[in-house]
Design a protein around this ligand. Structure first.
Ligand SMILES: [Zn+2]
Ligand SMILES: [Zn+2]
Length: 495
């Protein structure tokens, strides 16, 4: 309830909009809740929510005759769908069509809905499925495509008892095709970008079939869209899996494949497909050394962080390829991919991050390199070497960075030492000091640090140390994940 109330508030009280900029209200049209966006963007967003979140706008007639109640109802309907979409993608669930929300909507993705809930399990009743490639893509070599399909089936057959056989002529359970634009199944493709592919859930006829948008720049390496990554996802649908809101899952709806990352089924994908088809007899031996990767869980009592930073009014907690965003207005802190906010620029497994409000930049550190981003874009010439800050050559990486907005300085932590960097003079202030002297009671080395809510928060392993920097004493120690509001309504189960 609280979320809805907040979202209504944000719709009704455009606090930051100057009075003169308020659009004049036309009595026979509902107020567009997102006055900052262009008409085209609003239409795009509504079409997106209709297609992927089951948004049903009131009929034009009803809109024209709308009185205030219907008006509000209409806005709430849209708002509710925006929130659902924001929760799915780990965005602050404001219900507002923010620029960031729109940017996520515009990312390349799968054409299937995100709110498809199946009343009953849909799966194939046999354990050997046949597939056939009906329409090749003339611009890519068929042999390469066939090899990709074989490899994609293998990921699913490694974990279940299912077998997949290719047929060249006869009818097959799963028919795979490359199509341009409208191809007469009610879901036309949209040219380059946007929707990349779609698939049909198991069944007769078109059931289980997989369609790729032939207009995409499909690739087998690091340029364009990885045909392998998209195929593994679509084959998941062909086997009966819906979209997962776990950003680490192959069944996540957005294209989030990073060339540096070896594509594999996540723990969640494996659990979901094994729920449908059971466990492969080879599963234990195949995965004993390297089990399918689990997405970090904010309720895990062993959770530790790579880095923590403030970013505008939010606090961001980084872990592996993921991050949680703690927004002061919302109780929920959802997990999302780092790449969902900063596509292809910020590396995973970061060492330290801080925001420099004065310069309006955010700094990321990993190993001997650092990246500087303004807004969402990488500044020219980055990444650069951390020696820029004046570290001697013995310092190969930093553990954490703590930025003090008022003092215009950043404290870097390396091992048992800390270094004070003057952001205005762009130089280190004197020699490093010992952490135990500067921060009595704090063990070292540390993982992450952030100045937030008037206190300095340090993280080491699964422990959070809250420090009062004025009186120089430790206020409390608690579990590292205590700021993430771990509740029953946690993580990937809700929607
Ligand atoms: Zn999909
Ligand atoms: Zn199709």
């Amino acid at each position: 309830m609280r979320m809805l109330w907040l979202s209504l508030l944000t719709l009704m009280v455009p606090v930051k909009t100057p009075v003169t900029a308020l659009p004049l209200r036309t009595p026979d049209l509902p107020i567009r809740p997102h006055a900052g966006l262009s008409e085209a963007d609003q239409e795009f967003a509504e079409a997106y929510l209709r297609h992927f979140y089951g948004y049903k706008p009131k009929s034009e007639r009803r809109r024209r005759n709308a009185d205030t109640d219907v008006d509000a109802e209409w806005r709430t309907g849209l708002c509710d769908k925006v929130q659902k979409m924001q929760r799915f993608f780990g965005l602050p669930p404001s219900g507002e069509l923010t620029k960031e929300t729109l940017a996520v909507m515009k990312r390349p993705r799968c054409g299937l809905s995100d709110v498809e809930r199946f009343g009953k399990t849909i799966r194939w009743k046999k354990s050997t499925l046949s597939y056939r490639i009906a329409r090749d893509n003339p611009s890519i070599p068929a042999s390469k495509v066939h090899k990709v399909f074989r490899a994609a089936w293998k990921l699913w057959s490694n974990v279940t008892p299912m077998k997949f056989r290719k047929r060249s002529r006869k009818e097959a359970d799963i028919v795979i095709s490359f199509y341009n634009s409208d191809h007469k199944d009610g879901s036309p493709f949209d040219g380059k970008g946007g929707i990349l592919a779609h698939a049909f859930l198991p069944g007769y006829g078109i059931g289980g079939d997989v369609h790729f948008d032939a207009d995409e720049d499909w690739s087998f390496n690091s340029t364009g869209f990885s045909l392998f990554a998209v195929t593994v996802h679509e084959f998941g649908h062909a086997l009966g899996l819906p979209h997962s809101r776990d950003p680490g899952a192959v069944m996540y709806p957005a294209y989030n494949f990073a060339p540096s990352y070896e594509l594999q089924l996540s723990f969640r994908d494996v659990k979901d497909i094994q729920h449908l088809y059971g466990v492969s007899p080879n599963f234990a031996s195949l995965f004993s050394k390297k089990p399918p990767p689990r997405t970090p869980d904010k309720c895990d009592p062993h959770l530790s962080f790579d880095a923590v930073t403030e970013l505008q009014q939010e606090v961001l907690f980084f872990k592996d390829r993921f991050m949680w965003r703690k927004h002061p207005q919302f109780d929920e802190t959802a997990i999302t991919l780092i790449s969902s906010l900063w596509p292809d620029t910020v590396p995973p497994y970061l060492d330290a991050v801080y925001e420099n409000v004065e310069k309006n930049v955010i700094m990321f550190f990993k190993g001997h390199q650092y990246w500087m981003l303004r807004q969402l874009s990488l500044e020219e010439g980055f990444p650069r070497n951390i020696s820029d800050f004046g570290f001697p050559s013995r310092i190969k990486s930093v553990d954490a960075a703590l930025h003090f907005r008022n003092e215009h300085c950043t404290v870097f932590f390396t091992g048992h030492e800390c270094w004070r960097y003057n952001e205005q003079q762009k130089m280190m202030e004197g020699s490093p000091t010992l952490i135990e002297q500067e921060w009595p009671g704090l063990p070292s080395p540390i993982d992450a640090a952030v100045f937030y809510d008037g206190f300095v928060h340090f993280f080491r392993g699964n422990i959070h140390y809250k420090f009062d920097s004025n009186s120089k004493h430790m206020v409390s120690t608690s579990p590292a994940n205590d700021l993430l509001e771990c509740t029953e309504m946690n993580g990937n189960e809700i929607l």
